[in-house]
Each structure stands twice: as structure tokens, then as C-alpha cells.
Design a protein around this ligand. Structure first.
Ligand code: HEM
Length: 371
């Protein structure tokens, strides 16, 4: 309480929103071969070798942290280690506050001399437009290649997305949104409003006053400076082999430790759009279905039990999605990797809360044949 004659000289707490869900997810970003880290394989003048594994390095993100793995400080709690396989590849959801605050040239993807915006953890994406296009088409244009090796007739980051750096735990909330080019632009315009000073710009601080390079365009998205990824050695055992390595675990044990936000509980969950095959390629199959929004944790898993014998669905695939509590329905999408070609599979779907509790939904058995 201020007394008479006293003045409050404290500052107001900074309460501007951060525009992040504070969670972590693996968005399935390809490895970026331009990342200098892959080449830092020799000791520097102090004898320090940043990355002795070269292209055998994979960024397991939260999984590495829980294992106290290569490049990470010690995990503060050893009992978290068991959860590492359920979070391999997950990166912290970046704050989108000020995500557009970079001097932009008309050719936003041109190489230098101004500061080139690099988005996502490894800088593979160079503009907001490309980020939104990635969320929109990652699965539609998925190819089993590394960066720099998209098939002839396709353009990388436009209608070819190389394979994810870490194939586990890929978030399936997005990946095939069906947005038009104009709708993508509208989301970019929205992202630009998340900037401090959007209504009252900083004095000249964000205005690029140099000369813009030519050479890149929004259509080619910086592909002028792409370099081919060398043929990748397997992930070094020092990184991917640190126990507990990814491996089959009973679903009920595969808890997610990161989501405590809960939605209101609905009493009956039902499938309102039956399971269908969204995509069937030689390397990737995606099963999609819709339910009314389940209650419980915001983080959910779609589960597909599948196999070649309809009486024994021996295999299980599960993919995380993040529910939107403002929507009355939830679209579940699950990835099935590397199925056998020209083979008929049977499958049934269901869903789980983050802590492994079932939503109590199970579909009838359907079937499909791979190409
Ligand atoms: C269409 C909807 C979405 C938009 C427009 C969007 C936008 C963005 C943008 C612009 C960034 C880059 C920030 C930066 O590098 O500075 C980002 C990063 C990220 N977003 Fe989203 N996001 C969307 C949906 C989601 C969803 C559904 C999830 C997960 C459930 C998610 C998880 C993440 C993660 C983990 C990162 C960091 C990725 C990394 O560093 O590799 N996003 N998002």
C-alpha cells in the first residue's frame, strides 16, 4: 500500500501474449544440409569438436533432453528418461510473437546481403508463406528423398517435401489442410499481426535500407541456394542408441508427459466420419477419421490397429494431434510407414488421451490395398 506522498515507481508486468501453446511437437521438418553443424567434425583451435558424428547426427529434440543425450545438458529428472521415445523429434513450439519482424525484400527468399529469415529449429523454411505451405501440404507432397533430391518435375518446398529428419511421433494435426493459395496468404497476413508495434511501428528499426538482392522469388523459395544432402549414414548410436531407444512399447505405457491442459468431458464420443485412406504411397499411408471432440487432455493420439489377417490386427500405429477445444469435431490422422506393396491390410481405429486412457471409441474393421 502506498502511503501519502509516496510514488509507485515499479514497472507494470509485461503481459503481452507470447502466442505459443508452450508444448512440444515434431512437425516432420526435413534435415537441412546447409546447417553448418553437420560439417563441424574437426576440433577447433580450442580442441572442441562440435559434432563428431557429421551427417550421422539427428536432432531428437525433447527426446535427447530427456535422455541427457549428446549436446544436451543433464535432464533434471532421471525418471523422465522412460518417456524419451514418445517425444523423440519434438521441438518446443516457438513463440510466434514478432515472428514477422524481419526486414523483408520483395524477393523474400533471395540469398543475402540482408538478414535472411530462417524458420523452424533448423532454418529449413525461409518465409512465413513457406511455413504455412508446409503445414498445408507436408503430407500431400511427401517424397521419400532427402533435401536436394526431389524428383524431376517437382520443386522442393513447393510440391515436394523431403522426408522428415526424425520419423517418430510426427504431429498429425496438420499436414494436409486443403487450403488454397489465397487462404495460405490470409494466414500469413494474420501471422504478421502478431508483431509488437504492428499498430504503432518501431521507428525505422525494422526497415531494411540496403539494396535487395535479386535471384530468389516467393515461387522458388530459396531453392537457388539448395545443396544436395549427401547420402545419409544411419543415426549415430551415440544419439539414437541411448536407452531407452525407440522400440515397441505397450500403448498404455507410452504416456506423454507434456500436456496437462484438459478439455471439458463429453459423455459419448462417436465417429462421425468413418475411417478412410487419405493417402497411400509406397512409403507412407495415412488413415483419417472424424469424431465429435473428445474430452480430457488437449493432446490426443489417433490409434490404428492393423494387419493382413482381419482376425489378428497385430500392428499398431499412433500419431499425436492437438485438439481444438473450440471445434465440435476432431479430425484424427495416423501415419502408417513402409507398408508392403500390393498387399491388403485390415484396420480398426480408436483414440487415446495423452496419458493413455482410451476415449472408448473403436471403429469396425475396414480394409485397403497398398499400391
Ligand atoms: C496452421 C496452423 C499453424 C501455423 C500458422 C503455425 C505457425 C508457426 C510458425 C510461423 C512457426 C515458426 C516460428 C519460428 O521459427 O520462429 C511455427 C513453429 C512451430 N509450430 Fe506451428 N503453426 C501452426 C500449427 C501448429 C500445430 C498444430 C503444432 C503442434 C501441435 C505446431 C507446432 C509448432 C512447433 C513444434 C514449432 C517449432 C518447430 C521447430 O522449431 O522445428 N504448430 N509454427
Amino acid at each position: 500500500m502506498l502511503k501519502a506522498g509516496q510514488t509507485d515507481t515499479s514497472s507494470t508486468a509485461m503481459v503481452n501474449p507470447l502466442f505459443t501453446c508452450f508444448g512440444s511437437a515434431n512437425e516432420g521438418l526435413p534435415l537441412n544440409p546447409r546447417d553448418a553443424f553437420y560439417y563441424e567434425t574437426k576440433p577447433d583451435s580450442y580442441g572442441f569438436t562440435p559434432n563428431p558424428y557429421g551427417f550421422g547426427y539427428r536432432d531428437l529434440g525433447l527426446g535427447t533432453f530427456l535422455r541427457s543425450g549428446f549436446g544436451s545438458g543433464p535432464s533434471p529428472n532421471e525418471s523422465w528418461r522412460q518417456y524419451a521415445p514418445t517425444v523423440d523429434g519434438q521441438m518446443q513450439v516457438t513463440s510466434l510473437r514478432d515472428v514477422a519482424l524481419t526486414p523483408q525484400c520483395p524477393t523474400t527468399e533471395a540469398p543475402g546481403p540482408y538478414f535472411q529469415k530462417e524458420l523452424f529449429h533448423n532454418g529449413y523454411l525461409k518465409s512465413l508463406k513457406r511455413v504455412v505451405h508446409f503445414y498445408n501440404t507436408r503430407d500431400k507432397y511427401a517424397y521419400p528423398v532427402t533435401s536436394g533430391h526431389c524428383p524431376a518435375g517437382t520443386v522442393e518446398k513447393v510440391n515436394c517435401w523431403p522426408t522428415p529428419e526424425v520419423p517418430n511421433n510426427i504431429d498429425m494435426t496438420s499436414g494436409n489442410l486443403g487450403l488454397t493459395d489465397e487462404e495460405e496468404n490470409q494466414i500469413v497476413a494474420f501471422l504478421q499481426t502478431l508483431s509488437d508495434g504492428f499498430t504503432k511501428p518501431y521507428l525505422n528499426r525494422d526497415t531494411f535500407t540496403g539494396s535487395c538482392m535479386t535471384g530468389g522469388s516467393a515461387a522458388t523459395q530459396g531453392n537457388e541456394s539448395l545443396i544436395p544432402t549427401p547420402s545419409l549414414p544411419p543415426c549415430s548410436s551415440t544419439i539414437c542408441g541411448v536407452a531407452p531407444v525407440p522400440g515397441p512399447k505397450p500403448i498404455s505405457e507410452s504416456l506423454s508427459v507434456q500436456d496437462t491442459s484438459m478439455l471439458a468431458n463429453f459423455t459419448s464420443i462417436r465417429i462421425i466420419r468413418r475411417p478412410m485412406i487419405e493417402l497411400a504411397r509406397d512409403n507412407l499411408t495415412i488413415v483419417r477419421w472424424t469424431t465429435n471432440t473428445p474430452g480430457g487432455s488437449q493432446m490426443h493420439y489417433g490409434i490404428v490397429h492393423y494387419g493382413t489377417d482381419p482376425h489378428h490386427l497385430m500392428e499398431t500405429a499412433k500419431s499425436p494431434i492437438r485438439l481444438n477445444p473450440n471445434h465440435s469435431s476432431a479430425v484424427f490422422r495416423v501415419r502408417l510407414d513402409n507398408l508392403k506393396p500390393e498387399t491388403t491390410y485390415y484396420y480398426s481405429v480408436g483414440s487415446l488421451e495423452a496419458a493413455g486412457k482410451t476415449d472408448g471409441v473403436k471403429s469396425l474393421i475396414s480394409r485397403f490395398t497398398t499400391p
